[in-house]
Design a binder for this molecule. Structure first.
Ligand code: ADP
Length: 242
């Protein structure tokens, strides 16, 4: 669950990146966040992941009140969020298996768990046959699928993806979002995708939150692959009353 109440965020140099943000994303939702460059999308994601802390207001994610959380709690909080980046951020010297296993090893999961969990998440992203390959042997789309598997390794309730299709050919971009939609349906993971690719958003539809000048400019449901008009009516209003 993502909840923001009356949130503002200013950078140290005084830039007001976000203001008056009231937002609720329920467990199991799939949400696009759109907006032009400089609108505040990354700043919003960084509040969700607690890379930054709100200057004002409350940010509550997966039951953690991020403004009141102690430093000690940050690692366990972070494990409740999977992250996917535009530039994949895989370790080139590690195999696909080890890239995914790495995040579990550093957080002290048992070898027994790793041996079953890593093949399972790589199967979810259709890369069962590439466990022993290295990132440079994979296409951009495949590398992003490894990054998605890595983000899912510790079974987080929320996955946030920052421009996940930014470095991928347009036709493969659709497949990446298709995969995220499948994961949302199959695993129940709440998924937040930041993108500026309007065509992608129009095609998939569902809940679309627009950021302009640091504010939520719209929060609406678009008819597309994800949702029919009927489903839309339920989500609007209930999810974010403004
Ligand atoms: P987007 O992700 O939509 O492109 P950002 O959240 O990166 O937008 O930026 C929102 C605003 O905050 C912009 O005016 C940007 O210049 C400013 N900004 C972003 N990062 C910093 C920073 N580290 N220090 C100061 N200002 C920043």
């Amino acid at each position: 669950m993502i909840e923001m109440k009356n949130v503002c965020f200013n950078y140290e140099n005084g830039t007001c990146a976000l203001r008056d943000i009231d937002l609720k994303v329920a467990d199991g939702e799939f949400v696009f966040i759109v907006g032009q460059s400089g609108a505040g999308k990354s700043s919003l994601l960084k509040l969700i992941t607690r890379e930054n802390v709100a200057t004002r207001g409350d940010v509550v994610i997966n039951g953690y009140n991020l403004g009141k959380m102690s430093k000690k709690e940050i690692p366990s909080f972070r494990r409740t969020i999977g992250m996917v980046f535009q530039d994949f951020r895989l370790i080139p010297s590690m195999s696909v298996f080890d890239n995914v296993a790495f995040v579990l090893r550093v957080t002290n999961y048992s070898n027994k768990y790793i041996k079953t969990r890593v093949p399972y998440v790589l199967d979810l992203v259709n890369l069962s046959k590439s466990l022993n390959k290295f990132p440079n042997e994979l296409s951009g789309g495949e590398q992003q699928r490894v990054a998605i598997a890595r983000a899912l390794a510790s079974d987080p309730p929320i996955l946030v993806a920052d421009e996940p299709t930014g470095n991928i050919d347009p036709e493969l971009s659709m497949q990446i979002v298709d995969l995220l939609v499948e994961i949302n349906k199959y695993c129940g993971t709440t998924i937040v995708v930041v993108t500026h690719e309007h065509e992608l958003v129009r095609s998939f539809g569902g809940r679309v939150i627009g950021i302009e000048g640091g504010k939520i400019a719209f929060d609406e449901n678009v008819v597309g692959k994800i949702s029919s008009g009927e489903e839309n009516k339920k989500v609007v209003g209930g999810a974010n009353e403004r």
